[in-house]
Design a protein around this ligand. Structure first.
Ligand SMILES: O=C(O)/C=C/C(=O)CC(=O)CC(=O)O
Length: 252
């Protein structure tokens, strides 16, 4: 099932996307059971919004071996966690703003996990039952600040630095999913979540040992190799098989 959050004529709706048609729901799918209602909308007539408004946005770094190698970093023995500001989230087709052209600012395609129910101290066996679904994410990163600060919060939390979307797919195997990023039509990142060092289950176990996860929270699972810099006017497309394509551009 593909869940979508969108705006039409100034009103925000929640729906289920089938082909190009959205069937409206009677409420926010993150907040509890919802029913389809009879109204439908065409995908090309709506503004697609980020499919969740996370209270917490938690990321895992260096979770693909080839990316750790390209950054010259050793592989973390445990999932390496850091927090991002939820105010950085934008949706499909929205513009990313580079705060400065003096720093290198990179794209990072990632599988993003959306939490469905409160989770604390979950076991590996039950971990995936806390997942609502999966979406595409971009962990846009100011590399200059990342190195200067020695931690990642400022470098990764600027407004517009966390595109999510376009939908939440509930039926996905997070251990076997192709993930790809194209910049201006050229493939730059091309991997599979089977290359994750720490699986989605392991991430949920380790993160929920520390903090309580709430419905709508997002876990970004790390980026594969092939990261690179953004420039004004760039067009980005992240495709995760089974979810779809998250498209964004860099504002001039
Ligand atoms: O610490 C560094 O110099 C670089 C770290 C990374 O590239 C990790 C990162 O930004 C996030 C990720 O691996 O997904």
């Amino acid at each position: 099932m593909k869940y979508i959050r969108y705006r039409k004529e100034g009103t925000i709706y929640y729906g289920v996307l089938e082909s190009e048609t959205i069937t409206r729901l009677d409420g926010n799918y993150i907040e509890g059971p919802v029913q389809k209602i009879s109204a439908t909308d065409s995908l090309d007539e709506v503004e697609v919004l980020a499919p969740t408004e996370p209270g917490q946005l938690i990321a895992i770094g260096l979770n693909y071996a080839l990316h750790a190698e390209e950054q010259g970093k050793p592989l973390p023995e445990e999932p390496m966690m850091f927090m991002l500001s939820p105010t950085a989230v934008i949706g499909h087709n929205a513009g990313i703003t580079l705060p400065t052209e003096d720093h290198r600012i990179d794209y990072e395609a990632e599988l993003a996990v959306v939490i469905g129910k409160e989770a604390k101290d979950v076991t590996r066996e039950e971990a995936l039952s806390y997942v609502f679904g999966y979406t595409c994410g971009n962990d846009v990163s100011d590399r200059y600040l990342q190195k200067k600060d020695g931690q990642y919060t400022r470098a990764k939390s600027y407004a517009t630095f966390k595109p999510l979307g376009p939908v939440i797919e509930t039926d996905l195997d997070p251990s076997q999913t192709p993930i790809k990023l194209s910049l201006n039509g050229e493939v730059k990142q091309n991997s599979n979540t089977s290359d994750l060092i720490h699986s989605v289950e392991e991430i949920l176990v380790q993160v929920s040992k520390v903090m309580t996860l709430k419905p709508g929270d997002v876990l970004m699972t790390g980026t594969p190799s092939g990261v690179g810099p953004l420039s004004p006017g760039d067009e980005l497309e992240i495709e995760i098989e089974g979810i779809g394509k998250l498209r964004n551009y860099v504002n001039n």
